[in-house]
Design a protein around this ligand. Structure first.
Ligand code: SF4
Length: 335
């Protein structure tokens, strides 16, 4: 991004210590109802609190003004409530905003607001770092630092809302930030539940896309549990190349991955999106394009070609524009 467009924000009050108290943002509705019963409160208060958390984005119990003062104090004694703090925000000329968010233990993650036409998409992280080791990915160099909690996943949405322009609203959500979401499934599932529930954010699952590098059991579980969109990071048409650039392929090779995709329970004529990053001289030949078209011919699929964004020390270059266009043309011909 153009440094001239970057702006530094003051860091708000620190995120409460995760070790000290459970984060109320990690709770499902029934768990909060149970906690309220333990406090001698009526369970209906849980929906009031959830509305403050997810619809109004409250960042303190003190802000929940329609709760009795004694309950607000009891909640503050028992639970932490904090969102990831935007430590740095960079805004590009096209309106894309990259948020660097600080977690309570000092880990840093990224979320990105991407406006395009009538959509405003938020790219969400699911882990700090990533264990998958994809060779074309800067996050892979960090290794896996830790999983994000459901509250930290959801907190990115609350944090991002503060950086929307006045006329903007988030319309779409993609789990394509740091991390492999399906390697953090229990917390991803909690977050998806709160995102889509009527007591939570009330987001249509059709507006949510989970992207995976191809963890087959997780893909099957995800689509059994949630009616969200699935994107698969494919990036190669032979096991030889995919073994190298996306090492998870050694565990779930291409033939198994494609067969699993063919058997997924896709609802309402949904299509799987296959992500394919174009790496010069690695996976961008005409033969690759033909293999890709054949591989996906029997699936309800669409292909998203991605221009590689080089980073320091990256062993790849982006494919030239003419190569991308030639590849795309073969895909359109379907052979
Ligand atoms: S799974 Fe995603 S975040 Fe993880 S290394 Fe691969 S591309 Fe990067």
């Amino acid at each position: 991004m153009d440094p001239a467009t970057e702006n530094q924000r003051d860091t708000p009050a620190p995120y409460p210590s995760r070790a000290a108290r459970p984060d109320i943002r990690d709770l499902a509705l029934d768990e909060l109802e149970s906690a309220l019963r333990d406090l001698g409160e009526r369970p209906y208060r849980a929906r009031q609190i959830m509305a403050w958390l997810w619809k109004r984005g409250a960042d303190s119990f003190a802000a929940m003004l329609d709760l009795p003062l004694a309950l607000r104090e009891a909640l503050a004694d028992r639970f932490a409530l904090g969102a990831p703090n935007p430590a740095f925000v960079a805004r590009a000329a096209d309106g894309t905003r990259k948020l660097l968010l600080a977690l309570g233990d000092g880990e840093r993650i990224e979320s990105v607001i991407i406006p395009a036409g009538d959509r405003v998409t938020l790219c969400v992280s699911s882990q700090a770092g990533c264990a998958m080791g994809c060779e074309f990915c800067a996050t892979a160099r960090m290794g896996l630092r830790r999983n994000l909690s459901a509250g930290e996943i959801l907190g990115q949405i609350i944090a991002a809302r503060r950086f929307l322009d006045p006329e903007e609203a988030l319309t779409n959500y993609v789990f394509m930030g740091m991390g492999e979401p399906l390697a953090n499934y229990p917390r991803l599932a909690r977050a998806l539940t709160a995102m889509t529930a009527e007591w939570g954010m009330g987001i249509s699952p059709r507006r949510i896309t989970v992207s995976t590098v191809g963890l087959i059991p997780g893909m099957e579980r995800l689509l059994a549990d949630f009616d969200v969109n699935l994107a698969v990071s494919l990036h190669a048409t032979t096991d030889e190349v995919r073994d190298r650039i996306a090492p998870i392929n050694r565990r779930f090779p291409l033939a198994d991955l494609i067969a699993a995709c063919a058997n997924l329970p896709l609802k309402r004529r949904r299509r799987i999106t296959f992500e394919y990053v174009m790496l010069d001289g690695v996976n961008d030949s005409d033969a690759d394009a033909r293999r890709l078209a054949r591989m996906l011919a029997a699936l309800r699929a669409k292909v998203n070609l991605i221009i590689f964004n080089p980073f320091a020390g990256a062993p790849f270059q982006p494919s030239p524009r003419a190569r991308v266009e030639g590849f795309q043309a073969i895909l359109h011909q379907g052979n």
